[in-house]
Write a new protein. Sequence first.
Length: 287
Amino acid sequence: MNMICALCGTPLTSTDMLVGKNKLADGGYLCAGCFNKAITVNRDLINTLDQFYFAEINGMLLKSKIDASQNPGGFQYGNTNSYEYDAPTRLDEIKDQIVALNVRLSVLANEEVNEVDKVLDKDERLIAIAECIDMSSSREGILFSTQKRVVFMDKKFLGGVVKNEFTHQNIISVDQAENLLYSVLRINTRGAAADFKLHNKSDGRAFCTIVNGQINEPAKPTYQQPAQPQSFYQNTQTSTPQNTSSSPKESAEAIFEQLEKLGKLRQMGVLSEEEFSSQKAKLLERL
């Protein structure tokens, strides 16, 4: 059995699996220690853990940390149990940022997420993240952006990471083409272009809006064909024809979804009020 805890990333043991009720809704498992932390926060999770996703459990623990910081005596549940929380680590902060972005990553991305703190500088914050495949190397990992750069990262089987990064200063634009089940994100740099197949197609729209906003280029409502081989489109086409109108209008639902993400970035302090207003105006023009 080669499985790890969805929360702390430690390998699961046969003893952990004896808990019997430690499976999450997205297929991940909690070790006995993390399971005990979860049920200390919410006793009902003893019988209902399999109805919750990793992000939801992580959010419960985050809320309890905030409550504990406001109550030096520790978090109390039902006036019978108490749990003392350690000071949050850099990795805890990064996981909290992922929760704030309202992103659902599968258990397969946990190994990469647990290495992100070793890649980011102290002043960097996550503003977008998704699971993907690097189409040039066929490596599967995560693609994330900070206020400085976009990074693809894959955890090696025997330790260490493979990463490819693009500074915002070197990025010309970010485009995406949607398939029925996924989207392909293209990062156009001053030297070349890099393509990534994102498992969740809505992640492509979010990346375009956020990263293009960071590099002071307008987010593009549709995919514009760069000077690249036609095979890129052959990899992403389906039986459903793509909208190639020169100035199409996007659905209100898609625009409001991107506005919501911009609002969260403003609340996190990633975007200033002026930057938020500018990007909001651009999105409203596309309605």
